[in-house]
Design a protein around this ligand. Structure first.
Ligand code: ACM
Length: 261
């Protein structure tokens, strides 16, 4: 399976321009799974709920339509961040689409910083979607710091974690080594680059998108401040073998009666 990430600097509030940037970057590209950053079409640093409302979309919105077009042109399953609106609530969400249309949506369950002012926390558990024989789980950015997110996806059989991100803290890229190692899963962390100064916030996004192997290897990585497309070949089935040695297995050795989680 050819899996990859797109790293770029979205322009705040300029959906069409951001769609064009991604389209240009992926011109002529063929893959099986492509992951775009969190909120790639809108930017990140909102200053009011009204602003979030203005950028929000239903599942029939322009970002879902764009993802479907991208799936047609690249042949890939597309995972990409967007603002989902439902019943007066706004979710920091990630969609999964192929050429037939939208297959799944994940609503970020661990909101970071002022996201708590704009978004409702995700109200559904992270789930695994099987597409083209690949079992894909989605999580979004700050979800990385809660190991339960990756673990719950691994327990459901995820082979590849698609991880759209707008990272501003310095630890996640390296931490994904541990997340992948402890769960024996692949992960595609698609981060953004650039700086956003809005209201009293000033964020510099940390780039360094990466694809992490199911034994914690860094299979691909991007610079911290350059646009980058990276696609590599993996065998997702390698994630199905959870054994460490003849006596240890990452999932069946869990002593869940002692963890109360
Ligand atoms: C983040 O969760 N966007 C830092």
């Amino acid at each position: 399976m050819r899996i990859g990430f797109v790293q770029f600097a979205p322009c705040f509030g300029e959906k069409e321009k951001n769609f064009t940037s991604v389209r240009e970057l992926l011109k002529g590209c063929k893959a099986d799974l492509l992951v775009l950053p969190e909120l790639f079409a809108t930017g990140y640093t909102f200053i009011s709920v009204d602003e979030v409302n203005g950028f929000s979309e239903s599942l029939e919105g322009e970002t879902a339509a764009f993802a479907r077009q991208l799936a047609v042109s690249t042949g890939a399953v597309i995972v990409a961040g967007f603002i989902e609106r439902e019943n007066g609530c706004y979710y920091n969400a990630s969609l999964l689409a192929d050429a037939t249309g939208l297959l799944a949506v994940y609503r970020k369950i661990h909101l970071f910083n002022k996201e708590k002012l704009w978004f409702s926390p995700g109200n559904r558990p992270p789930q695994v979607v099987t597409v083209r024989d690949m079992k894909i789980g989605m999580m979004i950015c700050f979800d990385w710091i809660f190991p339960e997110t990756c673990r719950s996806l691994a327990l459901q059989g995820a082979q590849v974690i698609a991880h759209p991100s707008n990272l501003v803290l310095p630890w996640a890229q390296q931490a994904m080594t541990t997340r992948c190692l402890e769960n024996r899963v692949f992960a595609v962390t698609a981060n953004r680059i650039g700086r956003e100064q809005r209201g009293d916030d000033d964020f510099t996004f940390t780039g360094q998108s990466r694809i992490t192997g199911c034994k914690g290897e860094v299979l691909a990585s991007a610079p911290e401040d350059e646009t980058c497309l990276s696609i590599i070949e993996i065998d997702p089935a390698l994630a199905d073998d959870k054994s460490v040695n003849p006596y240890n297995d990452l999932l069946s050795d869990r002593r869940s009666q002692f963890y109360s989680l």
